[in-house]
Design a protein around this ligand. Sequence first.
Ligand code: GLC
Ligand code: CA
Length: 543
Amino acid sequence: MDPAMPKWFQNAVIYEIYPQSFKDSNGDGIGDLPGIIEKLDYIASLGVNAIWINPCFDSPFFDAGYDVRDYYKVAERYGTNDDLKRLIAEAKKRGIRILLDLVAGHTSIEHPWFKASASGEKTIYDDYFCWTQGMRANQGSYKFVSGMAPRNGFFMINFFFAQPALNYGFSDPDPACPWQQSMDQPGPRLVREELRNIMKFYLDMGCAGFRVDMAASLVKGPTKESRQRGLCDLWGDYKAWMRKNYPEAVLVAEWSDPASSIPAGFDADFFLDWGYCEPGYRELFRFPKYEEDEEHKSVHSGNCFFCKHSSGNSRDFVDSFQKHYDAVKDMGYISVVTGNHDKFRIRRGKSLDELRLAYFAIFTLPGVPVLYMGDEIGMRYVDGLGNVEGAYHRSGSRTPMQWAAGPKAGFSTAAPEKFYLPLDPFRDRPTVAQQEPDDGSLLNLTRRLIALRRKHPALSGNGAYRVVESEYKDAPWIFTRSADGETFLIALNPGPKACRRKLALPETFEVAEQEGQVAFSTKSGYSEMEIAAHSGVILRYAE
Ligand code: GLC
Ligand code: CA
């Protein structure tokens, strides 16, 4: 690993908090920063060493805060900048660092820079955004909004209409489109400095770095290669500056293409299907008996690998993961997530039990795993909630954290109708309080897996990863992790058929964690392992 990689990140496990829904401290039905502070002991008890909080800055909330109106101010609903400082300090006491969500690619239409640039008056913000000149512009595949502002042009957006794209420039501007500016023109240079100032503000406050929203969207350009050049220039520059001035801080990309994002300057990137990663995540952890979403309806129809009726395969994931792993293993980390605020929850279409072997994998793969709040107790995806603050189908993964039994689930003192989103309506909704005392609960399994990972260098970010076996449409998936003469062998057979495998195991080994039934026998020099259906094991041995 790069010797400049911060030590703490090398065995990091991140807990993602959607702040609206974690813990409400003042009874308005919306989670807030003092609420997170209240729950820090709980978060520490999970064994994680970092928290990533979705954007908590001033915003009109057209996209749940991913439309920032003031980068320097905590949104009123979440508290004050002083609360954020307190959170950073209190987390630090417990060995936990705070990563903020940097919405780098776009602002809100209510941001003063945008308002000035849209006014039609000449201001220094004219080139902070990508404006065409007049009505007839060659727009290519970019998304524009027109007819909204006095300025004589259309503005480019990154996501919703209310998220105008900041102008970091084009890697190869098209001469036929004079509105495309190169990255070294004054507008893009100013924007680049603005982002650095924002980062500086929070790094000086003590935050440990950023999860960067839509990190690949900042530089526009005609081809992936061309954009990559520009993105390497931009992120490489920020990275060098951060390493020099804040050597403990890290950059985590929302890019979903580690082989591109890590060389560009990021320390970690998520492995998710919907970026540029090949399919794989979904085959492993999602689409059981239902379609993931409209877009992918026709693509997959089977059950995912980690379902009891698994007809999925581990192969697509394993192959794609290997490719990215080989490309980045000396430079940075792949983050495999249990879920996030955008994806259907991992619990969807699965029983609590079916999550257990999936977590064996997530918390033993190399890199930096991310646990999405509530996944440690197996919270459900809640259907039919409609579009709250631009969430659309994502609302179902953003419902309030279930701390305890009762109509308010310990989330808030407000009446449940006032909650940011309704609670999981099922009577048997899982809660922290119910799982806490039960050694066999998903919560306590998650804790054990995280503790095991963080205790053993072989299982942490850097430990070598080697696939022993992975088959198409047939379990098991077996891989090893090793470092400093210690090896872990992870064998996963989530499907309905028992299997037997010959393995080169040493004479003595220890079962670190097991689900279901696994039996070992030694015959003339080799070991045989029999893994029953729905079973798996994590073995530990010295080399
Ligand atoms: C990222 C965020 C998502 C948001 C979008 C636009 O994908 O995770 O929640 O809507 O960017 O900022
Ligand atoms: Ca509140």
